[in-house]
Design a protein around this ligand. Sequence first.
Ligand code: HEM
Length: 242
Amino acid sequence: MASYLRSWFTSVPAAPPVPNIEEHEPESDDDADTITIKADDDDYDDTPPAFPALNSAQRAATSFPSQSNGPPRILSDKAAVLMPPPPVPVLARRIPGVPATTSSSLSIPLTPNTLTLPTSTTKRVKASKKVQLAPGHGALDWANLKNSGKDLRGVDTLMRIPPSVLKRHNKRDDIWMALYGKVYNVTAYMPYHPGGEKELMRVAGRDGTKLFAATHGWVNAEFMLDNCMVGFMVPEPEPDSD
Ligand code: HEM
């Protein structure tokens, strides 16, 4: 057994010999076919080529004598001859809130009223007085009802209506009002009014033009209520003097 093991160990082949690498200086640089790889990085010349090339026509044509051969000159404060800055416009020099004192004909007259800065950037928003309308009573619903062909006037013909007659129609279920000289039966419109029925009742049976214009002059009541019109406002007739 021991002899077997001995013979097994002694028959293991020996490791291959490590080659010994040595650096050699090239014998001669004159040989053009030989490319020599130098071991030391310090021997490389990393300077970039001159651009434009030193012997280029571009460089020869330059008008700066100091630049003829070297790299471009960097402008220093001393060497640079710069244009003076443009004059500052009069308006740019104004102080907000202070009227301009200049008498220049081109300056805009500044008054504290027009140019004072707002003291706050918060926009004051007037609280809306719109009411929650019942379902099915929006602007479109009213437009549909108005154009449905249903009689919303309650009268056969347009009439001449004096204030005394208008005054008789001042109840929730029979409400007329005058707007810009025309009289409307707004009974059907009541539940559709975004400002609520209470607001309309304030002008029930009287001329509501002033209040209407003060609240929402932009609303086109003439169009919205065209099928509710019952007549025109006229002055009260003179009592018979018999
Ligand atoms: C019968 C004629 C009238 C029509 C057709 C009418 C129509 C309207 C409409 C379309 C709006 C909504 C406005 C919007 O969206 O900004 C509105 C809102 C309002 N209306 Fe009238 N209106 C009438 C008469 C009046 C009158 C006579 C008053 C006052 C007495 C009044 C008081 C208001 C108010 C307070 C609002 C809410 C405004 C808000 O805070 O946004 N309306 N109305």
